[in-house]
Ligand binder design. Structure first.
Ligand code: FES
Length: 84
């Protein structure tokens, strides 16, 4: 889980299993609040939660497992925290 000192709300799970995705090279903003209706990507619904999206860069196309439970300690990737 990502700690934010100004957090006003807790993340909510967007799912209980990771999403297997093929990502092209580029910049991404992972929804860390779990409120996005465009999961797993941020769409601004974190407003007033004190939670911010997690920005990351993919250097070359690859297949990844994206965290949906929002408990990962390796955002945005699944670390199997959903199993605990
Ligand atoms: S909508 Fe969840 S972090 Fe932006």
């Amino acid at each position: 889980m990502i700690n934010h000192p100004e957090r006003k709300a807790e993340p909510v799970p967007a799912g209980n299993r990771p999403l297997k995705m093929k990502l092209a090279a580029g910049k991404y903003f992972w929804c860390s609040c779990g409120r996005s209706t465009n999961a797993p990507w941020c769409n601004g619904l974190h407003k007033n939660t004190g939670i911010r999206p997690f920005r990351f860069v993919i250097e070359q196309e690859c297949e990844v497992f994206i965290c949906q439970c929002k408990k990962t300690s390796n955002p945005p990737f699944c670390d199997e925290s959903h199993l605990k």
